[in-house]
Ligand binder design. Structure first.
Ligand code: AMP
Length: 206
C-alpha cells in the first residue's frame, strides 16, 4: 500500500511473543526502520562500550536496565542525527516511567499510530523460549531467567497495555499462530489504523 506519511508503531508483548520476528517484517512492510531496544543494548555489550559494560549483567539476569539509560539510548536513536521519520519500536517503552518519557519523545517525532500487542499465554512463552535457548546464544532464555522475565513483564510492562488502550492506539493480535499468519494479522491491523488516520488527517506528517 503506497504511503503518504511515515508510520510510527510500537510492539508490546511478553518475551518470546515474536517481536523480534514481526518487528523487522512490519518495518519492511511499512518502509521504516525497526528499532529494538534489546538489540541496541546487545550491540553495546558486544562492542564493549562503557554503556555495554554497565548493562551486561542486567541483561544476563533478565533484569531491566535503568530507565534513564534506556531513555537516553532511545532518545538518541529517535531524535539524534539521521534519526528516522517513522519506525517500528520494539521493546521500548517497558515501564510506566519509560512510557511517560516516551510520550514526550514520540510527540516530538509526530505521535504514535498504533501500539501493537502481540498476545501470548505464559505456557506458550515458556515452550517457545526453551526452544530458543537451545538454538541461539541467549543466556537470558534459560528457564529460571525466563520465569524472572515473565514476572517483570507482568509487573512492569503489562500495565502499559491499559496506558495505550486509554490513548486509543492499542491494537491486539493473537501471537499463537505460526509466524506468517501473525504477520498477516499485524499488517492488516496496522494498514487499517493507518488508513483511518489518513481519513482523519489527510497528509498529516508528510
Ligand atoms: P529484548 O530483546 O527486548 O527481550 O530485551 C533483552 C533485554 O534487554 C531485557 O531483558 C532487558 O534486560 C534489556 N532491555 C531491553 N529493552 C529494555 C527497556 N526498554 N528497558 C529496560 N531494559 C530493557
Amino acid at each position: 500500500m503506497p504511503r503518504t506519511v511515515a508510520v510510527r508503531l510500537l510492539l508490546l508483548g511478553p518475551p518470546g511473543s515474536g517481536k523480534g520476528t514481526q518487528g523487522p517484517r512490519l518495518a519492511d512492510h511499512c518502509g521504516v526502520p525497526h528499532l529494538s531496544s534489546g538489540e541496541l543494548l546487545r550491540a553495546q555489550v558486544k562492542a564493549g562500550t562503557e554503556l555495554g559494560r554497565r548493562v551486561a549483567s542486567a541483561l544476563g539476569r533478565g533484569d531491566l536496565v535503568p530507565d534513564e539509560l534506556i531513555v537516553a539510548l532511545m532518545d538518541e536513536a529517535l531524535t539524534g542525527p539521521g534519526s528516522p521519520e517513522g519506525y517500528v519500536l520494539d521493546g521500548f517503552p517497558r515501564t510506566r516511567a519509560q512510557a511517560r518519557a516516551a510520550e514526550d519523545l514520540l510527540a516530538r517525532t509526530g505521535g504514535l499510530d498504533a501500539a501493537v500487542h502481540l498476545e501470548l499465554p505464559d505456557d506458550v512463552v515458556r515452550r517457545r523460549l526453551a526452544g530458543r535457548a537451545a538454538q541461539e546464544d541467549r543466556s537470558d532464555d534459560d528457564a529460571a531467567v525466563v520465569e524472572h522475565r515473565l514476572r517483570i513483564y507482568h509487573a512492569e510492562t503489562e500495565p502499559l497495555l491499559d496506558y495505550y488502550r486509554r490513548r486509543g492506539v492499542l491494537v491486539a493480535v493473537d501471537a499463537t499462530p505460526p509466524p506468517d499468519e501473525v504477520t498477516a494479522s499485524v499488517v492488516a491491523a496496522v494498514d487499517r489504523r493507518v488508513r483511518e488516520r489518513e481519513v482523519r488527517q489527510p497528509g498529516a506528517g508528510r
